[in-house]
Structures are given as C-alpha cells and as structure tokens.
Design a protein around this ligand. Structure first.
Ligand SMILES: C[S@@+](CC[C@H](N)C(=O)[O-])C[C@H]1O[C@@H](n2cnc3c(N)ncnc32)[C@H](O)[C@@H]1O
Length: 296
C-alpha cells in the first residue's frame, strides 16, 4: 500500500478567494491534513486564528503535531461540520472554508474500507460520530432502497442488478470486505480493464456518501452559515462531485444572505490536474456575506 500524503487541492486559489485579513478569525470545516488551515494561519498574521473541524480523529491527531507551532491561534474540534455552531459557541467568523469529501490518507487506509484499491473491512465511516458501517447499511436496506442509494448517490445506471448482486453476496456470506463489494459490482459490470476507471467507483462513492450522510451534512452546514459569518465575510466551498456542487450552487444563489462571487465554479488548472489527479473533479464556489436587513 502506498501511503500518499494528502495534497491540498486549490491551496492558493482557495486562500486567495477567502482573503484572510490580519487578525481575522476563520473556520476551516474540513481540517484534513491541515494544508488550508496552515495557509490561512500564515496569511492572517500573528494574531489571525483558525477554528478547525474534522469528524475524523486521525486528522486531528496528525495536525496536533504538525501545526503545534501555531499554539492557541489554532483551535481544533472533533465534530461533524453540521455542528459548526457548537465549536463557534456564539463567535462569528471572517470567513469559512470547506474542502469536501475524503482525504488521501482516509482512502489509503485499508481499515477505513473506503476504496476498492485496498482490501479491508466494509466500513467507510469517516468518524466515530457515524454509527452504521457500509456493511451494516447494505444488510439493512431492502433491494430497492439499496438500488436507489446506488443510483442517486453514484449516478449508476446499473444500480438494480448491482443491488441484487450485493444482496446475493450477503446471502452467500461474502460481503464483509471492500473486495467482496468490488466483486459484486464487477460481476454485473465486468472486471476492471487496464487504464480504464474501475467500474466499482460509482458504487463505492454512493455507499460512502450514504454512510456518512455527506449531502445532509453539507445542507445543514450551508443552512447554519449565514448566522456564523460576519458581514463582508467570505465562504469558500470546494466540492468533488456534481451532487455536492449542485447543492452549493443552489444554496448560495437562493439564500439572500450571500452575494455569489463565482459566476462559474473555479477549477484547478492543467498543471494541478497533472500533479494531483484527485483535484481534477474539484469545483470551487465563493460568496460574500451581505449585510442583514436593517444593518448599515
Ligand atoms: C478533502 S479533505 C480536506 C483536506 C484539507 N483541506 C487539507 O488541506 O489537508 C476532507 C476532510 O474533511 C473531513 N470531513 C468530511 N466531511 C466532514 C464532515 N461532515 N464533518 C467534518 N469533517 C468532515 C474528512 O474527514 C477529511 O479529513
């Protein structure tokens, strides 16, 4: 197993969009390995502060060491970002960054069970606030409901035969590992061919999104943000698939608290795409907090 460090996507572009100011207070909803957080701390001067969240205890443990030098300018919370208000405890911030999805260390850890590239238990939970594993989910859902999850969150047209194949494997006692899940998909869509994307990609994405309620988390975060950001403060969201991007686009456009800055989403340039293939699907949207009615 190669353990890739997490390469931060749109590092400078996202921090340029956030425009950290000296002495500002910022919320990083998705700490990961701390790439964006470090850059915000660097750009916001000796009095700038970041409150950073991650639901994954491994992310917090790694950053506690690597960013220890920033002392109490960095405040860490193990929380799902839908509960950002708890971490802020009444404070308002000058800007918010959310770099959604999973990190490379999460994908590369076989014990997390997130990838068909590594054999491990069929878990997929990002943090210990998530109760149900992917294995438990596929056992609990009836065929139709499982097919709906695979169709909706994976945009997978062969969702029904894949759901049946998964259920058959459960009956045969062969659905406990990521390899079992990949095999169940490959039995329907064919075995991976060299140089082609693995046909199990969409099903893995769908189950990961469902296990972690990723879209619900995003909707609840976006609903909470207007009351957490100061007037003139900025929100920067980087998403990695169309389902997330659609939610970000519509919420920022339809919520009167936001003035959208990015008419079109910003994407990594060619050089970043070459260097970091994971970045290729990234889309960044930015908005500024308007004054509340009645405010100057
Ligand atoms: C793409 S990585 C962030 C990388 C980070 N920007 C960096 O520079 O290293 C996404 C991180 O967000 C976390 N995450 C995803 N969804 C979350 C949620 N709903 N609440 C809290 N953390 C979440 C994941 O555990 C992961 O560590």
């Amino acid at each position: 197993m190669s353990d890739r460090p997490h390469e931060t996507v749109l590092l400078d572009v996202a921090c340029d969009a956030l425009m950290p100011r000296a002495g500002g207070l910022y919320l990083d909803c998705t700490l990961g390995r701390g790439g964006h957080t470090r850059e915000i701390l660097e750009r916001s001067g000796p009095d700038g502060r970041v409150i950073a969240l991650d639901r994954d205890p491994a992310a917090l443990a790694a950053v506690r060491e690597s960013l220890a030098g920033y002392g109490d300018r960095l405040e860490l919370h193990q929380l799902p970002f839908s509960r950002a208000a708890e971490a802020l405890a009444g404070r308002k911030v000058d800007g918010v960054l959310a770099d959604l999805g999973v990190s490379s260390p999460q994908l590369d850890d076989p014990e997390r069970g997130m990838s068909f590239r590594h054999e491990g238990p069929l878990d997929m939970r990002m943090g210990d606030d998530v109760e149900e594993t992917a294995y438990e989910l596929v056992r609990r859902l009836k065929d139709d409901a499982l097919a709906d999850v695979i169709y909706e969150y994976g945009e997978e047209r062969a969702s029904r035969p894949i759901a049946r194949s998964i259920k058959r494997a459960i009956d045969e006692g062969a659905m406990e590992t990521t390899k079992h899940l990949a095999d169940a998909v490959h039995r329907v869509l064919g075995w991976p061919r060299f140089g082609k994307p693995d046909t199990a990609t969409r099903t893995f994405q769908a189950l990961r999104i469902a296990v972690n309620d990723e879209l619900g988390e995003l909707e609840r975060l976006l609903a909470a943000l207007p009351s957490l950001v100061k007037e003139g403060g900025r929100v920067v969201v980087i998403s990695f698939h169309s389902l997330e991007d659609r939610i970000v686009k519509h919420t920022l456009r339809d919520e009167p608290a936001w003035q959208v800055v990015t008419k079109k989403p910003v994407e990594p340039d060619e050089a970043e795409g070459e260097r970091n293939p994971r970045s290729r699907s990234a889309k960044m949207r930015v908005a500024v907090r308007r004054a509340e009615e009645g405010e100057q």
